[in-house]
Design a protein around this ligand. Structure first.
Ligand SMILES: *[C@@H]1O[C@H](CO)[C@@H](O)[C@H](O)[C@H]1NC(C)=O
Ligand SMILES: *[C@@H]1O[C@H](CO)[C@@H](O)[C@H](O)[C@H]1NC(C)=O
Ligand SMILES: *[C@@H]1O[C@H](CO)[C@@H](O)[C@H](O)[C@H]1NC(C)=O
Ligand SMILES: *[C@@H]1O[C@H](CO)[C@@H](O)[C@H](O)[C@H]1NC(C)=O
Ligand SMILES: *[C@@H]1O[C@H](CO)[C@@H](O)[C@H](O)[C@H]1NC(C)=O
Length: 485
């Protein structure tokens, strides 16, 4: 199983301040709107999919990763306020979604982690001193005509703050992790090619395509492309020049490879992809995560105008950005309802603090929603009062509330759960979205307890379009059938 490798570069971003970078980057696609496939690591489309593992085991691992993810987020927050609070190293790669991105000219395709919880986009580069194993050949800057290392004096390099090394004029970054793991690379710019979802499906190997082609995506692959270069006739979503990224040549410590070659940073800090290309994409991106209970579905990540959502069922709430840690998207959660009953959670419970001792973030890389302990206890108490069945005495770990129901596929007798965000934005889950079906007619609440930070995880974001407006600092959401995208 994979390890720390996503962490150190993410942790580079510990000391970013939120000043804005230079002028927007030119998009070759004049519509400034494009979309890419977002593939869950466990989906049959994923290069990491292991068909020998049962779906309940896969889901168990995914829930388990939530807890590693919380520790990761906590360590990023803690590193900001007091480095001594950094917890012991994470043993599992804390991420969930992948996207396929072409790097360089000619473009070489890589599977990269799509991560709303970190900023710097990076891949492993040649010549590599110490790299973890990855599926695709390691990116070789010397074979790309558009690769340019960045100088120390550039705004992007300065955005690295304490993690930059300026030896001579070239900009390097280094992050040392608590257990001796470290990563080191050259901050550079490069052309990135974002392929359309259709091209991504077409690039998958034929056996996966055959398995998936009857799926609900409506995507019917007609072309194939080689695995070593983007085919010439593939549909380009967008080609963007001059994206600042990390060319990593040393990853030491607890590293291993599941197939991915690095990460795309979708966080709110100045180094992230979405911040860098900001005004070219109308400062907007959105995703619609397909249900993981349905087979053969694929999710979509939209950039630019097509990320816009509007209509009667759209709710919006402010994104609260903390100056000290602009990476994370905090939301102002004011109360929770179980059924029609408000829990009256004390005001200020979810007010964000830069130390990470409180606040709620929305994150695509966390599976299960977690709530600060007091709020979670209120939720359990509310469920106890409303549920028509007694809770199980010994719920299986890591769940804290499980119920035996007559028909787990049509859950009745359990309440809806609503999060009330500021701005009258209610995010409501029917029982089938907030409970996980276990064997023997048992269903378990897909929420957990955290000692501090609260996280709105990706299970609770399924079948919702979620739009991030980085300029208006606004998150909008609306129910949707994501597998149709
Ligand atoms: C990083 O930059 C140095 C020069 O500053 C160069 O010698 C080295 O090959 C570069 N490594 C990678 C992986 O780009
Ligand atoms: C998904 O596929 C698995 C195995 O192929 C099957 O057992 C399951 O019933 C399918 N689920 C749905 C919702 O179609
Ligand atoms: C809005 O929600 C209502 C009730 O859930 C539904 O009937 C209606 O179709 C939705 N409208 C749109 C535009 O999605
Ligand atoms: C919920 O009810 C169970 C038993 O009915 C009890 O053991 C548990 O403490 C209750 N939890 C809360 C939070 O009230
Ligand atoms: C959160 O929203 C409440 C009202 O819903 C408001 O009183 C409070 O100041 C807001 N907190 C932050 C941090 O914006």
């Amino acid at each position: 199983m994979a390890t720390l490798r996503t962490l150190p570069l993410s942790l580079l971003l510990l000391s970013l301040s939120s000043y804005s970078l230079s002028t927007p980057l030119p998009l070759s696609n004049p519509s400034s709107s494009f979309k890419v496939a977002l593939i869950h690591r466990d989906s049959p489309y994923s290069p990491m999919h292991d068909s020998s593992v049962s779906s309940s085991d896969i889901f168990g691992l995914s829930v388990e990763r939530s807890f590693f993810r919380i520790r990761y987020i906590r360590s990023v927050l803690a590193g900001k306020s007091s480095p001594s609070k950094i917890e012991s190293p994470v043993k599992v790669a804390p991420f969930e979604y992948l996207m396929r991105v072409g790097i360089g000219t000619p473009a070489k395709p890589y599977w990269l982690i799509a991560d709303t919880g970190s900023d710097l986009t990076w891949t492993q580069c040649r010549p590599c001193d110490i790299c973890f194993k990855q599926k695709a050949p390691i990116f070789d800057p010397s074979s790309s005509s558009t690769y340019h290392p960045l100088k120390c004096s550039t705004p992007l390099c300065r955005a690295l703050e304490g993690d930059r090394i300026c030896d001579g004029s070239s900009c390097q970054y280094q992050y040392a992790y608590g257990d001796g793991s470290a990563t080191l690379g050259n901050l550079s710019t490069e052309t990135f090619t974002f392929e359309s979802p259709k091209s991504t499906i077409a690039s998958l190997n034929p056996s996966i395509r055959a398995k998936s082609s009857s799926g609900a995506t409506g995507i019917n692959p007609t072309k194939t492309s080689t695995s070593t270069s983007l085919s010439t006739n593939h549909v380009i979503g967008a080609k963007i020049k001059g994206i600042g990224f990390g060319c990593s040549f040393s990853n030491t410590g607890n590293m291993g490879g599941d197939g991915e070659a690095g990460l795309v940073g979708l966080g709110g800090g100045p180094l992230s992809l979405v911040s860098q290309i900001g005004s070219s994409i109308s400062n907007k991106f959105s995703y619609c995560l397909a249900s993981r209970h349905e087979n053969n579905t694929m999710s979509v990540l939209n950039f630019g105008k097509n990320a816009d959502i509007s209509g009667p069922n759209v709710s919006s709430t402010p994104i609260v950005q903390m100056k000290a840690i602009p990476t994370f998207y905090f939301l102002n959660l004011s109360d929770i309802s179980i059924g029609s009953k408000r829990l009256h959670i004390p005001q200020g419970t979810f007010d964000p603090s830069p130390s990470g001792d409180s606040g709620l973030i929305i994150d695509s890389g966390t599976t299960m929603t977690v709530l600060s302990s007091m709020a979670f206890s209120s939720v359990l108490k509310g469920l106890n009062k409303t549920a028509e069945f007694p809770p199980l005495d010994n719920p299986p770990e890591p769940f804290e509330a499980c119920y035996k129901v007559p028909d787990p596929h049509r859950i009745t007798g359990l309440p809806d759960i609503t999060f009330h965000f500021s701005g009258n934005a209610d995010w409501k889950w029917e029982p089938r979205n907030s409970f996980y079906i276990m064997p023997k007619n048992v269903v378990c609440l897909l929420m957990g307890r955290s000692s501090d930070i609260s996280i709105l995880g990706n299970m609770q974001q399924q079948n919702m379009v979620v739009e991030y407006d980085l300029k208006e600092k606004k998150l909008s959401f609306a129910p949707a059938r994501c597998s149709q995208f």
